[in-house]
Ligand binder design. Structure first.
Ligand code: SAH
Ligand code: MG
Length: 211
């Protein structure tokens, strides 16, 4: 991995450096020139890794997040951060922090934020994706909607990344792990590896890769 433009450890979020390095590497495995898309940016920690790799290879990264936080980020819940409370104090707003990350990392020419519910953004999406990173809502409904809405947009040979995979239920929630199983059972993917909790697959159907 080349030096990053901003230290991800200076940004709030949920992406360990070891898995972040795999995100960065995954971009180089995606079919050339096609855009990449992230679902679930929060304050932009994962976005730095994907965005820096996209910038180096001349790709665009679309970053989808309604920036209102997941269930566990809301006031009174386990991962609530008072510094990210929305102006009205009723909820969460991570868009300001996300924009500061993009500016600090000089990624505004590469990362295109889409501030919307993932399902709304998926509805009219027609551009084939070279890479899809699923790290949005972890409820079963949210995870399944992300899979149904976005996985069909992957180009042949495209890379699918799923975060927070816990094969042992004692370690964490089921829905991302269920997506990981679903992708394998579909027969549409070749498994490239499970790196800690980051699953990496390649959609079948292309003869070459790399960029
Ligand atoms: N990738 C981030 C962590 C993402 S946390 C990091 O590296 O730190 C999950 C994010 O998904 C939250 O920011 C939340 O706002 C977003 N999210 C949850 N459900 C969503 C939905 N249905 N549509 C869009 N974004 C959603
Ligand atoms: Mg995650």
């Amino acid at each position: 991995m080349h030096p990053l433009p901003l230290d991800p450890e200076s940004v709030k979020g949920f992406m360990p450096a070891s898995e972040g390095a795999e995100l960065y590497r995954a971009v180089s495995l995606a079919p050339p020139a096609l855009p990449c898309l992230e679902i679930g940016s929060y304050c932009g920690k994962s976005t730095i890794y994907l965005g820096a790799a996209c910038q180096r290879s001349g790709r665009v990264l679309f970053a989808v997040d309604h920036h209102a936080g997941s269930e566990e980020h809301q006031p009174g819940e386990g991962y609530f951060d008072p510094e990210l409370a929305s102006a009205d104090g009723q909820g969460v707003d991570t868009f300001g922090a996300f924009r500061r990350t993009l500016r600090g990392a000089a990624l505004e020419d590469t990362v295109v934020p889409i501030v919307a519910p993932s399902a709304a953004a998926a509805r009219a999406w027609a551009t084939p994706l070279g890479l899809l990173f699923i790290d949005g809502g972890h409820s079963r409904a949210a995870a399944q909607a992300d899979y149904a809405g976005w996985v069909p947009k992957l180009a042949p040979g495209g890379i699918l990344l799923i975060h927070d995979i816990f094969p042992n239920p004692a370690d964490g929630g089921r829905p991302p792990y269920e997506l990981w199983c679903q992708a394998q059972e579909s027969g549409d993917f070749e498994v490239l590896g499970l790196f800690e909790t980051l699953g990496m697959l390649r959609k079948r159907g292309a003869s070459s890769a790399g960029a």
